[in-house]
Design a protein around this ligand. Sequence first.
Ligand SMILES: C[S@@+](CC[C@H](N)C(=O)[O-])C[C@H]1O[C@@H](n2cnc3c(N)ncnc32)[C@H](O)[C@@H]1O
Length: 266
Amino acid sequence: MPPIDAFQLSDAAAQKYQAHSVPAMFGPLAEATVRRLNLPANGQLLDVACGTGALTRVLLEHLPGKGRVVGADLNQTMIEVARSLATPTDHDLEWSTADVTNLPFGDQSFDLACLQQGLQFFPDKPAALAEIYRVLKSGGSLCLTCWRAISPFNDALAQALARHVGESAAKKARAPFSFRDGDLITSLLQDAGFSVVEHDAITLQRRFEDLRAQILALPIESDIRQKGEGATEHVINDVSDFLLPYAQDGVFVVPQEAHFFVATRP
Ligand SMILES: C[S@@+](CC[C@H](N)C(=O)[O-])C[C@H]1O[C@@H](n2cnc3c(N)ncnc32)[C@H](O)[C@@H]1O
C-alpha cells in the first residue's frame, strides 16, 4: 500500500478539478452511470476514489429510502472539497480519507461499491479490487467505469505538449487513458472473485466552450507555464487546429468513451 501522503493533490488542484473537470466530464459520467443502475432501497453504498464527490452526490440524490453513502479517497484535499459541497440528505453520509487497498470498513459492509475513473491510477490493481471485494456483501455489486479510448482532446493535447513542452507533460495528458483494455479489466475483476454481469460503453459528448480556460485548468498547466508564454499559445493553437473537425457553432464537441462494468460478488 502506498503511504497516504504519496499522492496528495494541492488545495488549488482539488478546487480546479471540481470547477472544470467535474462539470465537463465526471458529473455527466456520474449521471449516465447512475441512470443505468438499480440502486438498492435503503442500501449501503461506497464510492471508492470519490474525488470531490461527483458520483457520490448523484448516488445520494437517487438512492431510494434511507441508506448510507460513503465517499472514500486517498486525497484529503479532494475529500475536503466533497465535504464542503454536501447538502442536507435523508441518508447517512460519511467521508473517509483512505487508500483503496486499505479501506477502513468491515468485511461485507456494502451493497454497492462504485469506482468511477479510479482504477487506472492504482499502482496495485489486484489488491485494490480484492479490497473492494472484501467490503462488499455477498450478492453485492461493483460498478466500475474507466476510459475506453483516448479522447481526441487528450490526444491533441498530448501531441501539442510533446511538441512544445516535453514528453513528461505529454505522458501526464495521456495518463487517465492509460488503462483501456476491457478484456484485461474483465480478467482483473474475475481474478478478484467477481462475476462480470454487464460490460457496455458510455459515450459522453464533451463541450469545449473555452478551450484556453479548459487547458489551463489542468494539472499540466504548470508544465506549460514553466516553458514560458510562447508555449501556452503554441499548445492552445495546436489543440484548436486538431479539433477543427469537431467544431459546431463555435464550440468543440468531442466524444469521450468509457467502459461501464457491473460485477457481482457471488
Ligand atoms: C480522476 S479522479 C476520479 C474521482 C471521482 N471518482 C470522480 O469521478 O470525479 C481519480 C481519483 O482517484 C483517487 N485515487 C488515486 N489513487 C488512489 C488510491 N490508491 N486510493 C484511493 N483513491 C485514489 C485520486 O485521489 C482521485 O481523486
